[in-house]
Design a protein around this ligand. Structure first.
Ligand SMILES: [Zn+2]
Length: 185
């Protein structure tokens, strides 16, 4: 069942940005767009963390050349930082849409799970996801038929993926047990 190369998870640790760093970068982009400026204290307030904590992460991001600070302590994103912000925001939108609009995951759970993976999904997967969403939302009759069938399958327990405990190749029953323990995480 588990066919992924054994070391794949370790690559997440060598990503250019950590999860926390991705949120700092997006916070700067959002503040710049909304207010025209972003300081360490603004980032801290946006992320609901201490100034000291924001300052520490932003220092690392400056060292990586993703964030810049001018002589008046106003923050900017470098071109690379800007590209990361755009990519994370774009992926977030796609994944959230897929979870909510296609899979029918409740808003709050979709929000939490999108947050966990938005910065990890690679460009090829997000491009295919964008193409998939574009297809299912199109006027193509095959898309309508597919969505209609999925909506019916989702609504009825019979024939749905959680109705066949005897055949459970994807560990659905284990997932449901986990769901009972952690409702939305
Ligand atoms: Zn997140």
């Amino acid at each position: 069942m588990d066919s992924e190369p054994p070391d794949i998870w370790k690559r997440f640790d060598t990503n250019v940005v950590t999860h926390s760093a991705a949120h700092h970068i997006v916070a700067i982009a959002t503040l710049l767009e909304r207010n025209g400026y972003a300081r360490v204290s603004d980032v801290a307030r946006t992320l609901n963390i201490t100034r000291g904590s924001a300052s520490l992460t932003l220092k690392t991001l400056r060292e990586k050349g993703l964030v810049e600070e001018d002589e008046n302590r106003f923050l900017r994103l470098s071109d690379r930082g800007e590209a990361i912000a755009t990519a994370v925001v774009g992926k977030k939108r796609l994944i959230h849409k897929f979870f909510c609009d296609v899979l029918g995951v409740p808003e709050e759970a979709a929000e939490v799970d999108t947050c966990k993976i938005e910065h990890l999904v690679g460009p090829r997967t997000s491009r295919q996801l964008a193409r998939f969403l574009h297809f299912v939302e199109s006027d193509d009759p095959r898309a309508k038929e597919f969505l209609g069938a999925w909506v019916k399958c989702k609504a009825s327990r019979a024939g749905g993926p959680d109705s066949q405990p005897a055949y459970d190749p994807d560990g659905v029953s284990e997932m449901r047990a986990e769901e009972k323990q952690q409702p939305d995480a």
